[in-house]
Write a protein that binds this ligand. Sequence first.
Ligand SMILES: Nc1ncnc2c1ncn2[C@@H]1O[C@H](COP(=O)(O)OP(=O)(O)OP(=O)(O)O)[C@@H](O)[C@H]1O
Length: 495
Amino acid sequence: MSIPGLGQIAPPQPTTASATRTITLRPFWEYRFEVSRRSGPTTSSATASSLANPAASTSAAASTNATTIRLTTGKAERDGTELALNHTYAFPRGTRARILTYTGATLEVAGELPASERVAEYARPEDSPEVQVLNLHFALQEQRKKARERRSAGGRPDPPPGPRVLICGGPDAGKTTVARTLTGLATRAGGQPLVASLDPRDGMLALPGTVGAAVFGTVMDVEDPAGGFGVRGTPSSGPSAVPVKLPNVYYFGRERVEEDVPFWRTLAGRLGGVARAKLAADSAVGETGLVVDTPPASVAKGDVEMLRHAMTEFAANIVVVVGSPDVHAALQRAWGSNKTLYGEPVTFLHLDKSDGVVPRDYEFAKFTREAAIKEYFFGDAKRTLSPFTQSVGFDDLAIFKTPDDAQGDYDNGPAGLERAEISAEMSHWTLAVMNAAVSDPPETIRQAPVMGFVAVADVDEDRRRLKVLSPVSGRLGNRPLVWARWPEPYINLLG
Ligand SMILES: Nc1ncnc2c1ncn2[C@@H]1O[C@H](COP(=O)(O)OP(=O)(O)OP(=O)(O)O)[C@@H](O)[C@H]1O
């Protein structure tokens, strides 16, 4: 793809080992794999006997495809979303995922050999950590049924909505996977869960650095590297494989909550308000309830307080802690016998961590961030987007940034914004386009919902002009843009 003035996006390199293999899964087994981040010859680190296929490593058929998977018999799913029989799914570079079956299935794995792959075998279904997730789903379905009955019975003017589940735990516990699975299972059962992500590193349905919420009333994209929570699930100028979701997104602009706790609390409060209003206004969403994914937490006082805040704002009545009995106990202690906003007691559950969870190392996290930004502007293998480049004068844009020396505090709330001096330092950063007026007070701009993102392709200080890449055409000067601290511009979208 060649964008005028923006050069080439590097095409994938050929010469990658390829072979078609059959993977047979018994009930509750999982096929776990990671597609290589780079193209080039790969070798499989598979250990399970069903994967041993010497022909695979010697067959070096040139392939520009990433790994493909086809379900040939039985039923299987990726984190709660079913695979269609005989449909070939192509998984992009850097995908880390698992295909799970509850009843047994056969998969045909082709294309590029994954960078790593393994079949997790369980002698008995109850040995699989997935049984706990499935049981939780059935318990939630019961609560949804009761919420439906309460609503149709009338009586109380504002009956409590369906379950509000907050998912917490330490780093790399599998929190997002549990959130995604509960979402996929609820949608499959005909529900319309509202899903919120409070972890700015994930940037659900948006770019990293954001927190957001969206109703998942339709199937998720199995091929999405982020399993349906990625940027491809959001509206764009191109067609989409599955119906897009319409997220409410706020820009935190930092990687970790502790870098600006007051602002994170403000945004969590705003999202909580959006969620409660949606649960009240939309009966299908209200009956299905809410799934909230949270940033990694320990038993440190600040972390427990962060989760307590999220519990309150989202009126959580079920708190699920994955793989961390200490956090489970600390949260239970901190919450005490308090009730939710709707007067219900809170149930605290502990789920085992799956041994399939892959820790998020620095390089992987960087790769996925870059891939999300590229995908936002340029699309993916199946959907090419053509972003617009505009040349804009320095004086025609209103760009704001957080002051260098101003941190918010608990008493006075988050820090405001100040007008940014445009300079070459801004090159390659993505800026958030805020749903606010340029003349609004800085606090209003900072807390406004995000409309979209643009990228600064080039800054010409001599001519006082910027080259800006945006997913759609339209005048940029009408809306305030926010230049935050994260994610930093690792990539040059100029190619
Ligand atoms: N059973 C599994 N088999 C294979 N991969 C898995 C499994 N469970 C999770 N993963 C992968 O492990 C990675 C980390 O999982 P996940 O994002 O759910 O953890 P997390 O606790 O939300 O992480 P973080 O603390 O970084 O937010 C993801 O890439 C996910 O796809």
